[in-house]
Design a protein around this ligand. Sequence first.
Ligand code: PLP
Length: 380
Amino acid sequence: MPAAPEGRRTHEKVSTVSAVSSRLPVFPWDKLEPYKKTAAAHPDGIVDLSVGTPVDPVPELIRRALVDAADSPGYPTVWGTAALRDAVTGWCERRLGARGLAHTNVLPVVGSKELVAWLPTQLGLGPGDKVAYPRLAYPTYEVGARLAGAEPLVYDDPTELDPAGLRLLWLNSPSNPTGRVLGKDELTRIVAWAREHGVLVFSDECYLELGWEAEPVSVLREDVCGGSYEGVVAVHSLSKRSNLAGYRAAFVAGDQDVLGELLRIRKHGGMMTPAPVQAATVAALGDDAHVREQRERYARRRDALRTALVGHGFRIEHSEASLYLWATRDEPCWDTVGHLADLGVLVAPGDFYGAAGERFVRVAFTATDERVEAAVKRLG
Ligand SMILES: Cc1ncc(COP(=O)(O)O)c(C=O)c1O
């Protein structure tokens, strides 16, 4: 660290540096470390079902597209290549039932987590503005509100919120952590309410391709948004559907005024998806076969873990979609985390996702077949 300038005290510098991070919650995964150590001490090794990171290979056609674009000496653009925008609009129309999307309705992002975390800031939200998200939710919605200095607000039903000062409403269907899916009628009702009150809707749909006992629906579907994208944006990620978490490939699609504003800001901020990743994304969005194959793997692992957990005395709630089982033994979540860590199985405590999850754990089925089999044996 460079020496503090003459006449300036070091501790002032330190307090400036910590001003933003002090608005943020404790990074939750650090709290799981002791349990990870316990699980890792199992003679047959840890079965890590906590974070939910993909473990299966990146499909060959996507790797080939990445490698073929490896000679990319120039700067990529924030808006992406025309081929990428075509791939996104085409996929949204084919897979989501969107109609008439233009290039102005899409924008690539560098993985969806950065978008979630920085969206309120990039929208210019701050003190006095409210950002709402589900009571049980991916923690980054709250982080985004806090980074901007806006007020985070949780909901059970967003249409029961006081719309005064509410500027951004996050939806997440299928939900992380519960796997719950919002039906078409519910989404339609929420979008109508938000438009009536001038509240911008961002719908995080990164698990949309992973429905098991429900068919997830996008806000971009014509019969949900009414064929207009005003006030509505969907967020999609290739991390889960295509095993591309390591590539950082995602995009948003919807309201062109909102996306135009984000594009202007993100150009100044240099938030570019690397050119080889753009090319890989085009290949991934053009192929459904690898998604089907990956779904089949997850379906088998989900069935095996679900049966083993129920046999071990767990109750599973929701979990009709996504990559998680939302499970409880009707005890505090950290007791369950400790019990499973003793068996060499690591899961995420429900309170990472909000106090309402304090008696649940989230069990990801993103482990290899061999590790899932090991977990099943230990639970038996
Ligand atoms: C609900 C939700 N949104 C967004 C993300 C971020 O995904 P990525 O940054 O890999 O696109 C995740 C990751 O787990 C998630 O669960």
